[in-house]
Design a protein around this ligand. Structure first.
Ligand SMILES: Cc1ncc(C[n+]2csc(CCOP(=O)(O)OP(=O)(O)O)c2C)c(N)n1
Length: 604
């Protein structure tokens, strides 16, 4: 049987822009493994635990902003990819997954390592293909190559995501001793993405609607950092007097970010004054429960979601329009249109008039629009923005005072606040589920250091947060990667380190409260007698042995003074991969966090 169709696979990957593959060992996958390992255009790494391998692949794809190939053997190997596949699906990260399989006649015949692999990931993959088993005929070889091109294009097409290619293979699997593999020549199919723009009439219609809206609020969901988006948002906000709000995972540096604090207060007057008439959203999920509930519970006249392609969620039960544009294009085009309007001649009076119903609900407090200063380039108002900014300033000041309090018990909330302040320049910050990402979202990040934030919020699993950070570390060895994680998430995913690739730029901050501390902080489990055994799941481990096993410099702290002395050495560039274990008590953490919650309420 010819294996040329298999040898062509890494060649097609390389030609279509895939530079990295993560392999896991097995014999059924040997032809794929050998082809990838010998192809000069793809960097391969091997990770034995497929769950970790797939999350490492996801971390690499995230960091490089392009698809990564995964290769595993038949049987449960591919099933172990499933958590990362689901995360990639909801976070829209392209993965091309090659699962080796037995030929169809041997499925369900009591052979080992054989399961039903067709469409293995079901609704959590964008597609599933099966390669032909016998590819000796030129048409079959062309068919196989075409499938691989189609799979890669599908994975990368917006919204990006995971795609499975099941590869049934018959023995013999191995080339003869000394046999050289040839890669191609093979035909690939390129898919070109057009940059979308709105037809002029529609752009004008949207412009008029935004211009007519009394209070415009932009809420950014999880999104990659993008300079052109940042710039477009700033222009848009300045032009229309819009407020821009985003969680840490939205990666919009100029956004208002302390909503977890000021929206937690019980002040309906404040909430009314912040309420938009037009809500514009883009990106994926929010961390801030306070913001999500606020938007759900305070009816909004119009909600537009801006997303070039793919399904759109009606997260706030208010969705009235979907705009099929990339967010950077949308915000830039509307801001630019405003400039055109202002420079237009009197013939503009012939423009069609729009009279959108964007009025505030009768019960909302109105905010007066100030007169723009003479000569101002736009007719925008800033008073609505100022209301949000005042809340932001209040919350920032409140937090600074709160964390400065003397005589605090050693607790993880304050420990994180201290650690985040010292993050190195250009850190890729990976926040594990669940309290790590929540604490960081409340506290906020230094704004002067170009920090980019990642979190597995597609499914909010605790099962691959470390592996994802390790993948980022491998993909960007010159960039500091800091993982902030709880102990259950950390010990769950220790196989993230179980491979032979150095990660000198990785710094893991482990918040070890010997439990799933979140369950003591949320209403429901914390009131139950089953809390400790069945929700928090107390565990006695420390990470010292893990650090020794995987050659991570190990720092252990259990007081503020120890933490403060350890942090600069821990973060220092020289020295290599390090793990800082911050040991706290979950009851103290819960009491301190409750103290914070009460302080917010009473301070406002
Ligand atoms: C795969 C998976 N299993 C279970 C959960 C439910 N869960 C959410 S948070 C959590 C505990 C996490 O504990 P830890 O990592 O110590 O962080 P902390 O709660 O202390 O912040 C669990 C079990 C999940 N999110 N993902």
């Amino acid at each position: 049987m010819s294996l040329q169709a298999i040898h062509n696979i890494p060649e097609i990957c390389a030609q279509l822009g895939i530079t990295d593959a993560v392999l896991s060992p097995g014999s059924r996958c040997a032809p794929l493994t050998i082809a990838f390992a010998r192809h000069p255009g793809v960097q391969v790494r091997t990770v034995p635990d497929e769950r970790a391998a797939a999350f490492i692949g996801l971390g690499i794809a995230q960091a490089q902003r392009r698809a990564v190939a995964l290769v595993c053997t038949s049987g449960t190997a591919g099933l172990n990819y499933a958590p990362a596949v689901a995360e990639a699906y909801f976070q829209q990260i392209p993965l091309v997954i090659f699962t080796a399989d037995r030929p169809p006649e041997w499925i369900d015949q009591l052979d080992g390592q054989t399961i039903r692999q067709t469409d293995l990931y079901g609704a959590h993959a964008k597609g599933s293909f099966t390669l032909p088993v016998d590819t000796a005929h030129p048409d079959a070889e062309w068919h196989a190559a075409r499938i691989v091109s189609e799979a890669i294009n599908l994975a990368q097409r917006a919204p990006a995501g995971p795609v499975q290619v099941n590869v049934p293979l018959r023995e013999p699997f191995y080339p003869k001793a000394g046999e050289e593999l040839t890669f191609g020549p093979v035909k690939v199919i390129w898919e070109q993405t057009a940059t979308a723009a709105l037809p002029p009439a529609e752009l004008r219609a949207l412009y008029e609607l935004v211009r007519g809206a009394e209070r415009v609020l932009v809420v950014a969901g999880q999104h990659r950092q993008e300079d052109d988006l940042e710039e477009a948002l700033q222009q848009f906000a300045a032009t229309f007097g819009a407020a821009v709000v985003g969680d840490t995972i939205a990666n919009v540096r100029a956004a208002i970010g302390r909503q977890d604090v000021f929206l937690a207060v019980q002040d309906q007057q404040l909430k009314d004054s912040l309420r938009p008439t037009l809500l514009l959203t883009f990106g994926q999920s929010l961390i801030s429960k306070a913001l999500k509930l606020y938007l759900r519970n305070n009816p909004i006249a119009q909600h537009w979601h801006v997303q070039a392609a793919g399904e759109v969620a009606d997260t706030y039960r208010a969705l009235t329009r979907v705009v099929r544009l990339g967010p950077a294009t949308f915000f830039a085009e509307l801001a630019a249109y405003d400039v055109e309007m202002l420079t237009a001649t009197a013939s503009d009076s012939a423009l069609p008039k729009y009279t959108p119903d964007l009025s505030l609900p009768a019960d909302a407090t109105r905010v007066a629009r100030p007169t723009p200063p003479p000569g101002a380039p736009t007719a925008a108002t800033d008073s609505y923005v100022a209301t949000w900014q005042r809340a932001e300033t209040w919350a920032t000041d409140f937090l600074a005072d709160f964390f400065r309090q003397p005589d605090q018990p050693f607790n993880e909330f304050t420990a994180i606040q201290k650690a985040l302040q010292l993050l190195p320049e250009r850190t890729a910050l990976h926040l594990a589920n669940s309290m790590a990402v929540r604490y960081a979202n409340i506290i906020g990040l230094p704004t002067d250091r170009q920090i980019e934030v990642f979190a597995n919020r597609g499914t909010s699993g605790i099962d691959g947060c470390t592996s994802t950070a390790v993948g980022a570390t491998l993909a960007q060895p010159a960039r500091p990667v800091v993982l902030l994680t709880g102990d259950v998430a950390f010990f769950y995913d220790r196989n993230a380190f179980w491979h032979n690739y150095p990660t000198p730029n990785l710094r893991v901050i482990l918040l070890n409260n010997h439990a799933g501390g979140i369950f003591r902080l949320i209403d429901g489990p914390r009131q139950q007698p089953e809390l400790e055994e069945f929700f928090e799941t107390h565990q006695p481990l420390t990470a010292e042995n893990t650090a020794r096993d995987f050659k991570l410099r190990y720092f252990a702290v259990s007081s503020f003074s120890e933490l403060e002395s350890a942090l600069p050495v821990f973060f220092a560039e020289e020295g290599g991969a390090a793990l800082l274990e911050i040991t706290t008590d979950s009851q103290t953490n819960a009491a301190f966090f409750e103290h914070y919650r009460q302080a917010v309420k009473t301070a406002f």
